[in-house]
Design a protein. Structure first.
Length: 101
């Protein structure tokens, strides 16, 4: 997971783990420019928590700290079939503009 994020989404920094695989965040002091607006937000920080895979898939939780509202909001909570599904969620759905594929 860390290698995938370092390769394709280097703006996500590892913050540790508890009873999950890990927690990654972008820098809240330098918000990311979004390729698509999220409501009124043009810039935001993101938080990703990845839990251990189950027979349903990989449970993840994504939060966004939008410049327009200055609070963390859940943007996605559910299962993905593989880590590669983060391309669709980050790039297409959330508009993170610094994606490398």
């Amino acid at each position: 997971m860390s290698k995938f994020l370092r390769t394709y989404f280097p703006q996500f920094l590892y913050k540790g783990h508890g009873d999950h695989v890990g927690w990654w965040e972008t820098d809240i002091e330098s918000l990311l420019e979004l390729s698509k607006p999220q409501g009124e937000a043009q810039r935001a920080a993101f938080r990703l928590i990845v839990h251990y895979p189950t027979n349903y898939g990989i449970p993840i939780h994504i939060e966004m700290f939008a410049e327009a509202c200055y609070e963390w909001e859940t943007m996605f909570e559910g299962y993905i079939p593989s880590i590669e599904a983060l391309f669709d969620i980050f790039c297409f759905q959330l508009g993170i503009s610094k994606c490398k594929q």
